[in-house]
Ligand binder design. Structure first.
Ligand SMILES: [Zn+2]
Length: 78
C-alpha cells in the first residue's frame, strides 16, 4: 500500500439521463375553414416529435380560435 493509487481510466459518472423528447408544432401550419364558426378561424398543422435521433411527424393538430377558446365563448354573448 503506497497510498498513491490512481484510477487507471477516467470513468464518467453514470447517470440515467432521460431521453430528451419534445413535441412541437410543425412549421407547415395553415389557416383552415371552421365548419362551426363558418370562418377561417382554424389553425392546423402537423405535430412533430423531436428526439436526439431526428424529427418525425407523429400526428396533426388543429385549433380554432373561437371553438377551442372557452373564455372567448363566455364573453361573446350577443
Ligand atoms: Zn370554430
Amino acid at each position: 500500500m503506497t497510498g498513491e493509487e490512481q484510477p487507471q481510466t477516467t470513468v464518467p459518472p453514470v447517470r440515467s439521463v432521460p431521453v430528451p423528447v419534445q413535441l412541437a408544432p410543425g412549421a407547415d401550419w395553415r389557416i383552415e375553414w371552421c365548419e362551426a364558426c363558418k370562418a377561417f378561424t382554424r389553425l392546423a398543422g402537423s405535430m412533430l416529435l423531436l428526439t436526439t435521433s431526428g424529427v418525425s411527424t407523429v400526428g396533426a393538430w388543429a385549433w380554432c380560435e373561437i371553438c377551442d377558446d372557452p373564455a372567448d365563448q363566455e364573453d361573446r354573448r350577443v
